[in-house]
Design a protein around this ligand. Structure first.
Ligand code: ADP
Length: 730
């Protein structure tokens, strides 16, 4: 290679090296710049961090000082709390979740009387052990082991129930232990010695007071019973004296004696009942009875007063409800008499409606029966509703003052219903009326629903005439239930237009415009011989009306369904021919035979007078032996039996009769006549085979009601309904 070439090559190489150098220098300076920027940024961060550190430092100092203060406060609070805990007289301790004591106040520890082991750290089980070992606790009937076991078990409960323990020195401590979330337990021992002693004193004072009250009630019950016996003579003799041809003035005096005697008896009976309930001596005597008949019996007795006031008495007995239940008929009647009696007493116009409803549980043979008595009387002011159920409590206002009474009736009725496991209630609107009701759970007397009464052939459509809508509805429902077609009319005029296709007319007596008997006359005037039954609240008055000859029967209203249905039966022969409208009775029927066992001649006389209006064949027996003889020879339909008689008493005679019946069959109804009114006496009576009992002094209505109730089908009815009504009115 030439020199020139070599030089050129070298120059090119140098130039290339110079360019590379320049490039590297440029890169270096770029890197330096970047480094410079980074260094500057770092510098900034360092400054910031330094500032933050300074900040944290001051913050830390502040928190530290605050913490110190807080700790101080906590210590003060803890000290104060502990101070307080120490000052309380009740024991206080707390335990950790391992059941070891953390701390306890001095009251708590005092119970252990300085026992060394009882200090913080002690286990609960050791505490229990010390309590029994040192005799600090009175474990009562439990052995120390059993007591400790009981207490340990309790302690381990998530939330132990408070328990009261007795210490050796007769102090009572109630232990209340609360478990916290972490398992810690706070234990409080409250000294309740004073409260326990006070409670003991209270209990013994209460027992004393109750015993005294019972003794007083027993005394009252015995006294009222004793008073009844002589009252028997006063009322009975006054009644006899009335029939001995007295002058008008004498008659007035005697009647006053009789009425006052009877009023006094009502009060004595109330006091006797109330005292018996208070002395816990009143017992119920359940037996099968007919509730519907029971209600009608009560209504029967109240007829005279309702008639005087022209009140309408209605009974609406639920169609689908059985009527026979097992209960104490005497006491049910007493409650009904009080409630219906009050309704009549406090109502001057309108109606009193007895409504019976309920749902029978045939499978279990039970029914809850509701009986409500609704009136349109004076009502009860709002604030007095609860007051009236108290003893001797009455509404004291102008309207009420005119009525007499003891104010015991409702108190007794409510207690009786309570005894029957029932409930009584009342709703009332002042000036509008009241509704008293009670509900009683009964056993069913029969598990069969009432049999469907037979309907005479040819009786398909009936006309019911009554101005009171409730009455029409009740009758319509009852009749439709037996498959009858029913047309209802609110007055006689309408009825005369509806006679077509009617088989029987059932009409009310007292209606505005044309009354029931006038309607009967008008029906006959049309040439119709359709049978007519008149429902009247005054059957005597109706029977004496010339229009009575047009009606087939006059019935006392309201009447039980069974009676209505049986009267429909008796219409049977008249249907179809519709020729005769004269009342029919079984002409061949014999008189009812009644045997009365009574050794006392005066009492025989009283009894004879009381049944003088009854069409019966009556024989007397002077002792139990005669009763048994006459039972076989005279074959009575029923026996009224005095209990205390010479030779053989009433109970023995009844037992003998029941023995005879075991062989001959049959069951004669026996009604005891007794002066006994205390419980226990009547139990013996019923146990001897007697079915019913009446307490002396005897009353005509009660005897007549038994005659009516117990008259067999083959004998003619001993009393016309109007006789009964007349007797009541008299
Ligand atoms: P008595 O009727 O002998 O006063 P009760 O205990 O039977 O006693 O009744 C207490 C009171 O309750 C009555 O005096 C009367 O003020 C009020 N009372 C009871 N029944 C009725 C009623 N149906 N209508 C209005 N007030 C009544």
């Amino acid at each position: 290679m030439s020199l020139a070439n070599k030089l050129a090559l070298e120059r090119r190489g140098r130039l290339a090296a110079e360019r590379l150098l320049e490039l590297k220098e440029a890169e270096l300076s770029a890197a330096n710049r970047k480094l410079g920027r980074h260094a500057a940024a770092l510098q900034g961060e360092i400054v910031e961090t330094r500032a933050e550190v300074a900040n944290f430092k001051t913050e830390n100092e502040r928190v530290k000082s605050e913490l110190g203060q807080a700790k101080q406060k906590v210590e003060i609070a803890e000290r104060r709390l502990w101070h307080s805990v120490q000052t309380i007289t009740d024991g206080f301790a707390f335990f950790n979740s391992d059941n070891r004591m953390i701390a306890a106040n001095s009251s708590y520890l005092a119970a252990f009387d300085g026992l060394e082991v009882i200090r913080p750290g002690v286990h609960y089980v050791t505490i229990l052990q010390s309590l029994t070992d040192e005799g600090i606790i009175d474990t009562g009937k439990l052995t120390p082991e059993a007591w400790r076991e009981l207490m340990t078990e309790r302690w381990l409960q998530p939330q132990p129930e408070p328990i009261t323990v007795r210490l050796w020195n007769n102090q009572y401590i109630k232990l209340v232990d609360r478990r916290g979330h972490g398992g810690d337990i706070v234990s409080l021992g409250l000294n309740i010695t004073e409260a326990v002693q006070y409670e003991k004193q209270l209990k013994s004072a209460q027992a004393e007071a109750e015993a005294a009250s019972r003794a007083k009630s027993t005394f009252l019950a015995n006294m009222s019973h004793e008073i009844r016996t002589p009252m028997n003579g006063v009322v009975g003799m006054a009644e006899l004296l009335c029939d001995t041809g007295l002058s008008e003035e004498q008659q007035l005096y005697v009647e006053t004696i009789k009425k006052s005697g009877e009023a006094l008896l009502v009060i004595i009976n109330d006091v006797l009942d109330y005292s018996k309930i208070e002395a816990q001596k009143l017992q119920l005597h359940p037996e099968p009875f007919d509730l519907e008949r029971c209600i009608h019996d009560v209504i029967m007795l109240l007829q005279p007063s309702t008639r005087e006031k022209n009140l309408t008495l209605l009974v609406d007995f639920d169609l689908f409800l059985p009527t026979v239940y097992v209960g104490d008929p005497g006491r049910i009647r007493q409650v009904l008499t009080n409630l219906i009696g009050n309704a009549v007493k406090f109502t001057s116009k309108g109606h009193v409606l007895v409504r019976v409803t309920g749902v029978p549980d045939l499978e279990n043979g039970q029914a809850v029966v509701n009986i409500a008595i609704e009136d349109t009387g004076i009502g009860i002011p709002d604030g007095k509703i609860n007051h009236i159920f108290g003893e001797f409590n009455q509404v004291e206002n102008e309207r009420n003052r005119q009525f007499d009474g003891t104010g015991l009736g409702l108190a007794i009725s409510k207690r009786l219903v309570d005894l029957m496991r029932g409930e009584m209630w009342v709703t009332s609107e002042d000036g509008i009326g009241s509704c008293f009701g009670f509900m009683v759970p009964f056993e069913l007397g029969t598990t069969e629903l009432p049999a469907h009464p037979p309907v005479p052939e040819g009786l398909r459509r009936m006309l019911v005439v009554d101005d009171i809508e409730a009455n029409r509805t009740i009758l319509q429902r009852q009749l439709e239930q037996i498959g009858m077609g029913v047309v209802t009319c609110a007055n006689a005029k309408e009825a005369l237009e509806q006679l077509d296709q009617i088989d029987l007319v059932l009409t009310d007596h007292n209606m505005p415009g044309m009354d029931g008997l006038e309607l009967a006359e008008a029906i006959r005037a049309t040439g119709s011989e359709v049978p007519i039954i008149l429902l009247s609240s005054n059957t005597t008055y109706a029977a004496n009306d010339p229009g009575a000859k047009h009606v087939h029967a006059i019935l006392q209203k309201p009447l039980p369904r069974a009676d209505l249905f049986s009267h429909l039966q008796s219409v049977g022969p008249l249907l179809g021919n519709q020729k005769s409208a004269t009342p029919t009775s079984a002409p061949e029927a014999r008189k009812m035979r009644v045997l009365a066992a009574e050794d006392n001649k005066t009492n025989q006389l009283v009894f004879r007078k009381m049944v003088k209006d009854a069409d019966i064949d009556l024989k007397f027996a002077g002792n139990g032996v005669e009763v048994v003889e006459l039972f076989q020879s005279f074959k009575p339909d029923m026996i009224f039996m005095d209990i205390s008689m010479p030779k053989m008493d009433g109970k023995e005679a009844a037992t003998k009769i029941r023995e005879i019946e075991k062989e001959t069959g049959g069951h004669i109804p026996i009604v005891a006549l007794t002066a006994h009114a205390m419980d226990g006496d009547d139990q013996g009576i019923l146990a001897s085979g007697i079915d019913h009992y009446l307490t002396k002094p005897l009353r005509k209505p009660e005897i007549h009601s038994k005659l009516r109730e117990l008259c067999p089908a083959e004998a003619c009815h001993p009393l016309l309904e109007e006789n009964v009504a007349e007797l009541q009115a008299g």
